[in-house]
Design a protein around this ligand. Structure first.
Ligand SMILES: O=C(O)[C@H](O)[C@@H](O)[C@H](O)[C@H](O)COP(=O)(O)O
Length: 321
């Protein structure tokens, strides 16, 4: 079905790739609607305890969890989403810093940063080994770092300025370069860090980040990989660039799918009713779809773990009467 709408970010999307809307969303209430409870067809997940205080665990249990194949999905209130994300990130930080003395974390732009807000509070602010963190961006707009459009600025203002990560471990793009140069330099930086074992590599020799924190646009884009764009198929470069992003600003650099899909862990953080169609598309069973018919988000198939963190709005089309 052809799909055309004006998105909240004030750019127009035309795509025939989104799944058709299949049912009306349940009305959103403060607690989970009964039809959602009824549709708990899947095995609940169990959290591995051992790092975070139990008080946080009991709060996290106020959510819906299920697992379907490799897809782990959890639906939260917005507040619990931030609590749960902090808990999971802290556990991974603990695991990787203990196992290999470093924790490589890839950030996105958008609302993701505000969902990291619990990490800058007790107990995490004092218990995480921030000095072992290495921070990257899955995509960046080619603008100066102090520009309001910069994903670096967004992350710095909302998160990085509040935690003691050594500045040398924060890998922003070189904002003095044009898009192609910035992408090349970023890829060179990744190569250097792979060589020095700060970043692990997959069996295919591609960087394997410990944790990628991804957002998704209403059109199903992830990173700066947009539906129907040729970069979705890029399989040689680790980092590439575009000058024709359908979402402004047009010039960006982005990780490619080989790098995204080498990750040890991906957290897909998606909120808001505007994303419900794309979420439904990504989580439905449809073996008939070829890669050409898939949204970019559906091509996120990491070697490691993939977990979806949804709010009620984003999940609203998953639960049918
Ligand atoms: O560079 C960008 O334009 C953003 O990084 C973008 O890709 C964002 O991550 C998603 O659109 C989800 O954003 P929201 O969570 O704010 O909807």
């Amino acid at each position: 079905m052809a799909f055309s709408t004006v998105l909240s970010h004030s750019y127009t999307l035309k795509s025939n790739m989104l799944c058709a809307q299949k049912s009306s969303p349940p009305s959103l209430k403060t607690s989970f609607p009964p039809q959602i409870r009824k549709k708990l067809l899947y095995q609940p997940l169990r959290y591995k305890l051992g790092f975070s205080p139990k008080t946080h665990v009991s709060e996290i249990n106020a959510s819906i969890k299920w697992e379907k194949g490799y897809k782990k999905v959890e639906v939260f209130s917005k507040e619990h989403l931030a609590v749960s994300l902090a808990y999971d990130v802290a556990q991974l930080s603990y695991k990787f810093t203990r196992e290999r003395g470093a924790f490589t974390v890839v950030l996105s732009g958008g609302s993701l940063i505000k969902y990291l807000r619990k990490l800058v509070e007790a107990p995490y602010i004092d218990s995480i080994e921030w000095s072992k963190w290495h921070v990257f961006w899955v995509d960046e707009r080619v603008v100066p770092k102090d520009n309001l459009e910069s994903n670096y600025k967004l992350a710095y203002d909302g998160f990085l300025s509040k935690v003691p990560i050594p500045p040398v471990n924060v890998y922003a793009i070189d904002d003095a370069l044009p898009a192609d140069g910035a992408a090349d330099v970023y890829e060179t930086t990744l190569k250097r860090l792979v060589k020095s074992n700060v970043i692990e590599t997959s069996t295919k020799g591609v960087p394997k980040f410990d944790l990628m924190l991804l957002g998704m646009g209403p059109d199903g884009h992830v990173a700066s990989l947009f539906p129907g764009h040729s970069l979705v198929k890029e399989d040689k470069k680790w980092v590439t660039f575009l000058k024709d992003s359908p979402k402004p600003p047009p010039e960006r650099i982005t990780f490619t799918f080989p790098v995204i899909n080498s990750s040890s862990n991906i957290a897909m953080v998606v909120t808001g009713e505007g994303k419900a169609n794309a979420v439904n598309c990504a989580l439905e069973d449809d073996d008939e779809k070829t890669n050409d018919n898939k949204l970019p988000v559906e091509l996120v198939l990491p070697e490691g773990e993939l977990k979806w963190y949804l709010d009620l709005g984003a999940a609203s089309k998953l639960f049918k009467e």
